[in-house]
Ligand binder design. Structure first.
Ligand SMILES: Nc1ncnc2c1ncn2[C@@H]1O[C@H](COP(=O)(O)OP(=O)(O)OP(=O)(O)O)[C@@H](O)[C@H]1O
Ligand SMILES: [Mg+2]
Length: 456
């Protein structure tokens, strides 16, 4: 009888089995068996000792003698994307681009391929999710360059690999990795075994042929990349497209990058003509910021190596609900809980019996502790009904809060201050401005404010 080409391996203990079991016979965990292609057996040389080495011994070479030709990066022509990638796509690399449905993954990759094709690079778009006609409709929105991108609509992995081998593009986009299907495995597209096999095959093609491959990936309801964790280990770069679909601003971040920093972030805006880079996001956010209203503070944040000014808005409203609501938009919910606890404990501002809503303007998400002070001041301002700032210009702040109510240093204070100065914000509260703790910072903010207190 022919030997089966696949077998089932437990992702927990590594137990191998010819048949699928709901519960692993090895470690007795449920649903851990994953279908894998069976490795081709290598015959033992000479039939000598059982543990005789089967391969040819290699000669290790000092790293200094390894030849590493400097390859030029492939610039996508989208400045923010190139920056997040660390200067452009590296030939032969595998990039995973994840993001929630409708965020604009297909849009950004189509624009990037269009620009690359226009600059004389060979591009290929493999669409598994949408028909070629659907992709064309999107490309019409994006302009003439995008319409020149060669496309195949295919979900069979073998056909896709054969096409890449035959076409030898410089850059290939696979939209998405979850819909490609390896016929050798019985699991449905998107299953753990399938995604692992698809990514593994594409990685080999990418490395052997020097093709930069961008895999578009789905995210789960919780926001993590769908599929096995090994997918993130396998690829060279993991990009995440974040933001809320109904808001215009979206941020692109690198979660992992073997060829560059993971601190960079790009800001985009979805428009009729596609995703447009927002090069000077601070200017927008400061111009749109509310003036003279309680509950608004400008946060001097860092998006990687770039400073960003963004408005923090807070609303404190009394409620009958027990426990009251704590809603955070654009900042971590647990971080908000911590800031509220420090605020009530160390400044005496009471928010018990009140719902607290905190939101960053424009759908931006900031994940750095340097946001604490601005959030605390915005909530205090909303709770006391006092507008901060001098009426003409809003108050800006940054700094981390410790559990004891002290202000802690935040990274790159000089860059944050320079950005604030650039947009005419002279009132900036930060740990470096002789502010030891939150109580002093709040007193200082309230002192400078000209707003009317509406508190009872
Ligand atoms: N004419 C338009 N003007 C502005 N925005 C548009 C227009 N048409 C589509 N969009 C936006 O583009 C988004 C869809 O983008 P895209 O198809 O690139 O997302 P995606 O991340 O690939 O989604 P999926 O996960 O479904 O593949 C829509 O959610 C919508 O916000
Ligand atoms: Mg898409």
């Amino acid at each position: 009888m022919a030997r089966a080409t696949t077998h089932y391996v437990c992702s927990g203990c590594g137990h191998e089995s010819a048949k699928w079991h709901g519960r692993c016979p090895g470690c007795e965990e449920w649903s851990t068996l994953v279908e894998e292609a069976r490795p081709t057996p290598v015959p033992a040389a000479g039939g000598g000792a059982r543990i005789a080495a089967r391969g040819k011994a290699l000669t290790p070479v000092p790293l200094a003698q390894v030849e590493a030709p400097r390859v030029a990066r492939l610039r996508t022509g989208i400045g923010e994307l190139d920056r997040v990638l660390g200067g452009g796509l590296v030939p032969g690399s595998l990039v995973l681009l994840g993001g929630s449905p409708g965020i604009g993954k297909s849009t950004i990759v189509t624009s990037a391929l269009g620009n690359l094709a226009a600059s004389g690079r060979k591009a290929l778009y493999v669409s598994g999710e949408e028909s070629a006609a659907q992709v064309r409709l999107r490309a019409e929105r994006l302009g003439e360059a995008a319409l020149q991108v060669p496309i195949v609509a295919e979900t069979d992995l073998e056909a896709v690999v054969a096409t890449i081998e035959a076409e030898r593009p410089d850059v290939c986009v696979v939209d998405s990795v979850q819909v490609l299907h390896a016929a050798a495995l019985t699991g449905g597209p998107g299953s753990v075994g399938q995604v692992r096999e698809v990514a593994g095959r594409l990685m080999r093609v990418a490395k052997e042929r020097g093709v930069a491959i961008v895999l578009v990936g789905h995210v789960t309801k919780e926001g993590a990349l769908a599929g096995p964790r090994v997918l993130e280990h396998l690829v060279d770069c993991v990009l995440s497209f974040e933001g809320e679909r109904e808001r215009t601003y979206r941020t692109l971040r690198a979660l992992k990058n073997r060829f560059g920093s993971t601190n960079e972030a790009g800001v985009f805006e979805m428009r009729d003509e596609g995703l447009v880079e927002v090069e000077d996001a601070s200017a927008r956010f400061v111009a749109e910021a509310t003036r003279g209203a309680a509950g608004s503070v400008i946060l001097c944040a860092m998006e990687g190596s770039r400073p960003l000014l963004v408005e923090v808005q807070a609303l404190v409203a009394s409620t009958e609900l027990v426990p009251p609501r704590r809603m955070a938009n654009g900042i971590d919910r647990n971080r908000l809980a911590l800031v509220l606890a420090v605020l009530t404990r160390h400044t005496g501002i009471s928010i018990a019996g009140a719902d607290v809503f905190v939101s960053l303007a424009g759908g931006v998400r900031i994940d750095e502790p340097g946001a604490d002070l601005a959030v605390a001041l915005a909530v205090a301002s909303a709770a006391t009904g006092t507008a901060l700032g001098n009426g003409r210009q809003p108050l800006a702040a940054f700094g981390e809060l410790s559990l004891t109510g002290e202000l802690r240093h935040a990274a790159h204070p000089d860059r944050r201050l320079a950005e604030a100065a650039k947009f005419g914000l002279t009132q900036v509260l930060h740990p470096g401005a002789v502010l030891p703790d939150l109580r002093t910072a709040l007193a200082s903010a309230l002192d400078r404010s000209v707003g009317q207190s509406r508190a009872a």
